[in-house]
Design a protein around this ligand. Structure first.
Ligand SMILES: [Zn+2]
Length: 407
């Protein structure tokens, strides 16, 4: 299996990356110096800084990881003319599973990436690759860099060490700070087709074709969400309750109850994540700081600040998990009303994305007009924006459910 097999529905991107990996391989094998290596800035040549963009679910970080693997490929078949990225050799394999010594992945579960972390990263990036090929830094959420952090990164991206490659990922070009994006080679991924996603789920993940088709359609080509829906019962049931919400907002009481439930479900999700990770993380830090095992034991002098820093970080992560879960619910809700609108505009039921709630969609479509559907979609989008702008979740969601009422 080649490293590109997981990059779904992006033949042009794969061709470009594969060509660059081939050029990069030539740099390594021919022991080219920095000046020679930097010169071929043509389409197929190697570039030291890349920006992978594409809507959520388009697989930008998957593409970046595949490229990182291809850069580390040590397959002997390359000597016979095979392109790098075999997927089998030690270089490819460890890069793909995230254990390669020269591939550093930056994945944040916080709302922003700060100056201090970025400085550490820049220091790391300046090291020579242990394996003698490339030092790859893969940053999954480059849109979360603070302005200060982006300035720290800027110089490193502008004048990288000869064997350093930066792979930055962001939802869109606009999300990356202008100074950064002007120094990167840009790749724009598109959302893979529903059929392509269903095909991968069936072929790769062994999911039954019918379920694969249903979840692919429901998530409109978002591979990660589709896979999660297909494999996680709880995710399916949470989604099902979100999709029942439009039928429950007939009166004010119903609106307020639905809002409260939506916010509670998101908070529970954040709590589940916290329970899974926080305790372990805290215990690890305590041990590292020299405390005896066991939660009750005393901490050495002078470590309170570090412990507090961790607690703050965990709190910020909980906030983000809750926000992400809510955002997902709102995405589902907007898709529901888009289905309603499509029926109202003369679309046929076989075009509906959320087939599992077709009766609800038909019911609302019959009871309202297209203008109302448009207003409702706007209300959902306004709620997403309000949450992104830090409005208290319950307040924002209540305002939304109230505007979803009939009339
Ligand atoms: Zn390989």
């Amino acid at each position: 299996m080649a490293v590109w097999d997981d990059v779904i529905g992006q033949p042009r991107i794969v061709a470009e990356l594969s060509a660059a990996a081939t050029a990069a391989d030539h740099v390594v094998e021919a022991h080219l110096g920095p000046a020679e290596a930097a010169s071929p800035r043509t389409a197929g040549g190697m570039t030291h800084a890349w920006l992978f963009t594409g809507p959520p679910g388009s697989g930008r970080s998957i593409a970046a990881r595949a490229f990182a693997a291809a850069l580390q490929c040590t397959s002997p078949d390359k000597k016979l003319g095979a392109a790098p990225g075999c997927g089998f050799c030690d270089g490819c394999h460890t890069a793909l599973i995230g254990t390669h010594a020269d591939v550093e992945t930056v994945r944040t579960d916080l709302l922003s990436i700060g100056v201090k972390e970025t400085r550490d990263l820049v220091r790391r990036a300046s090291l020579s690759p242990a394996g003698g090929r490339w030092q790859v830094i893969l940053m999954e959420d480059a849109d979360r860099l603070t302005e200060g952090a982006a300035n720290v990164l800027l110089k490193a991206v502008e004048e990288p060490a000869p064997r350093t490659v930066w792979l930055l990922c962001a939802p869109s070009v606009e999300d990356a700070l202008p100074t950064i994006r002007s120094r990167c080679r840009l790749l724009t991924l598109r959302t893979p087709s529903v059929d392509a996603v269903a095909d991968v789920l069936t072929r790769r993940d062994g999911i039954a074709p019918e379920l694969a088709a249903q979840v692919s359609r429901a998530t409109q080509g978002h591979i990660g969400r589709a896979r999660r829906l297909a494999t996680d019962e709880q995710a399916r049931s949470r989604r099902a309750s979100v999709l029942r919400l439009p039928l429950r907002v007939a009166d004010i009481g119903g609106c307020l109850r639905a809002a409260q439930e939506l916010v509670d479900a998101a908070a529970e999700d954040a709590k589940a994540v916290a329970e899974e990770v926080d305790a372990k993380e805290t215990e690890e830090l305590r041990t590292a700081l020299g405390a005896a095992a066991g939660a009750g034991s005393r901490m050495p002098r002078g470590t309170a600040g570090v412990m507090k820093e961790l607690a703050d970080r965990q709190k910020r992560r909980a906030t983000r998990t809750q926000r992400d879960t809510l955002d997902l619910a709102l995405t589902d809700l907007a898709a529901f009303y888009r289905d309603v609108l499509a029926l109202q505009m003369g679309g046929t039921p076989d075009r509906v994305a959320n087939v599992e709630v077709l009766d609800g969609i038909e019911q609302i479509a019959a009871a309202s007009r297209p203008e109302q559907s448009l207003r409702r979609i706007d209300a959902v989008l306004a709620c997403r924006e309000a949450l992104a702008a830090n409005v208290a979740p319950l307040l924002a969601v209540e305002a939304m459910t109230l505007s979803l009422r009939a009339g």
